[in-house]
Design a binder for this molecule. Structure first.
Ligand code: ZN
Length: 136
């Protein structure tokens, strides 16, 4: 551990499963006034980013029904899919999770929709919430 003060954890984004981006964009963009942030597609999902202060809302539409978002929609319907937290050191955080008995979906960091290294924790060991961790 370094002596530098930790920046602390904050919400990077909230992922929301949507049947169609076009159905939800008018609410978030035009009614609530969030501005669009271009994001790459990832994990078989088309993603629309919307800035809510320093955090993002990510609307996730399945590009493929067999993708994780496609399966989620079929099973649970539209709604909050995951919460992503920024962490200072992703590899170290994953090691702490492992040591604490948290089940990891991604054993190693991989590149997510914002081009940053990310990893998911399994909801069965997080109280039912799919948690994504991201580097700043
Ligand atoms: Zn995410």
């Amino acid at each position: 551990m370094s002596d530098q003060p930790r920046r602390g954890t904050r919400i990077a984004h909230i992922g929301i499963a949507a049947r169609a981006l076009d159905e939800l964009m008018p609410l978030y963009r035009d009614v609530l006034g969030l501005s669009e942030v271009p994001l790459d597609d990832a994990d078989g999902a088309r993603i629309a980013g919307l800035a809510a202060g320093e955090s993002l809302v990510e609307l996730l539409e399945p590009a493929d029904p067999h993708s994780p978002i496609g399966k989620f929609l079929e099973k649970r319907g539209p709604g909050i899919h995951h919460v992503c937290f920024y962490v200072d050191d992703l590899v170290e955080t994953l090691e702490r999770c492992r040591a604490a008995g948290v089940t990891l979906i991604d054993q190693q960091p991989r590149v997510g929709a914002e081009g940053k290294r990310i990893a998911f924790l399994h909801p069965k060991s997080t109280g039912g919430v799919l948690i994504e961790l991201s580097e700043y």
